[in-house]
Ligand binder design. Structure first.
Ligand SMILES: C[C@](O)(CO)[C@H](O)COP(=O)(O)OP(=O)(O)OC[C@H]1O[C@@H](n2ccc(N)nc2=O)[C@H](O)[C@@H]1O
Ligand SMILES: Nc1ncnc2c1ncn2[C@@H]1O[C@H](COP(=O)(O)OP(=O)(O)OP(=O)(O)O)[C@@H](O)[C@H]1O
Length: 301
């Protein structure tokens, strides 16, 4: 039997770096949402052991793949709490990659989170959502978010999650300039003296939540990692300039880059931007796509 699941991309609508910890990880205050654009995973339980296949050349298929690591972590934990269970613990996961790799869109983390959730359900839900999120954190700091579901506010390194008011919808145009960014390099180069304060955005989020109103993120877009990534990868400056030409309602780099997203309240303007960007991208690996904000975290198909 083959089970299929959708594995969405995420964007960071704002991201403030608030401090550097002793282990050199950074504490954040970030608002994230999933998009209705993503990868497709299929789970084949007839395989012995864990195996992964992926149709993207830059994604490893060995035990370093985040899906492989997620499945192994799950089965190890499962066999510890159910040592006498007779159910066969093997799976082959096929990944149909649509989310660009190293793009700030959380592709690998999303795949890992969906794998943990699908396996948990398949094996009788032995782990709570909290336990799965803790397991996910061992794989990457964005994994708990994908298990929690969005939109959500994340603090700490990304593990303290709070549900946020629903977001005012926008048409989202995402542009991946064909450049993979090394997340650790971007974080290492953050100058904490230059990162912005979080108060204004926090008030806006709490206000919307308190009034039960949808949150308009247009005026809140901010990413402390954007100037850092632009210094290391100057080609990103041109990406912002090109997208700004479409006069979107908002424009930002997501995560540690390299993708940018533009928000449009006008669907026609979004379509035009999408069409022109698709026609003019001369970078062979560049990608443009249109999406909407997604709610919730049940991605089983
Ligand atoms: C940029 C974001 O996507 C924003 O949501 C995340 O903070 C990063 O998520 P990610 O790519 O899954 O990154 P991880 O695999 O967790 O970490 C990669 C590397 O980035 C750095 N890192 C990551 C997260 C964090 N809060 N502080 C860090 O300093 C660490 O050097 C870490 O070794
Ligand atoms: N299942 C997977 N999907 C994508 N990349 C994976 C996967 N497993 C391992 N990787 C590796 O992880 C690295 C980062 O890929 P990913 O696409 O998740 O980055 P990202 O979108 O920049 O992440 P983030 O937004 O969380 O910073 C790549 O080098 C890739 O080879």
């Amino acid at each position: 039997m083959i089970e299929r699941a959708f594995s969405p991309a995420k964007i960071n609508l704002f991201l403030y770096v608030t401090s550097r910890r002793d282990d050199r990880y950074h504490e954040l205050y970030t608002l994230m949402t999933c998009l209705d654009f993503g990868d497709r995973l299929s789970f084949d339980y007839t395989c012995p052991g864990v195996a992964v296949v992926c149709d993207h050349p830059d994604v490893p298929e060995d035990c370093t793949n985040l899906v492989h690591r997620a499945a192994t972590l799950f089965f190890d934990a499962f066999s510890r709490i159910k040592p006498f269970c007779k159910k066969k613990t093997g799976v082959c996961v096929s990944i149909h990659k649509k989310i660009p790799v190293g793009a700030g869109l959380g592709g690998g983390s999303s795949n890992a989170a969906v794998t943990l959730q699908v396996l948990n359900r398949r094996f009788g839900s032995p782990f709570s959502k909290q336990a799965l999120m803790a397991m996910g954190l061992k794989l990457g700091t964005d994994v708990p978010f994908f298990i929690h579901g969005g939109p959500a506010l994340a603090r700490g390194v990304g593990e303290q999650l709070l549900i946020c008011a629903p977001l005012l919808p926008y048409h989202v145009v995402v542009y991946f300039p064909g450049l993979s960014v090394r997340t650790s390099l971007v974080y290492e180069n953050v100058n904490l003296a230059l990162t912005k304060k979080v108060k204004t955005n926090n008030n806006a989020v709490l206000n919307a939540h308190g009034k039960g109103q949808p949150l308009d993120v247009k005026g809140l877009l901010h990413n402390d990692l954007e100037p850092v990534a632009c210094r290391i990868y100057p080609a990103l400056i041109r990406v912002r300039e090109d997208m700004a030409g479409f006069k979107p309602d908002g424009l930002l780099m997501t995560g540690s880059g390299s993708s940018y997203f533009a928000l449009f309240s006008d669907g026609l303007k979004a379509q035009q931007a999408f069409k022109l960007l698709s026609e003019t991208t001369d970078e062979p690996h560049g990608r443009v796509f249109m999406a909407s904000f997604l709610k919730g975290n049940d991605f089983t198909e």
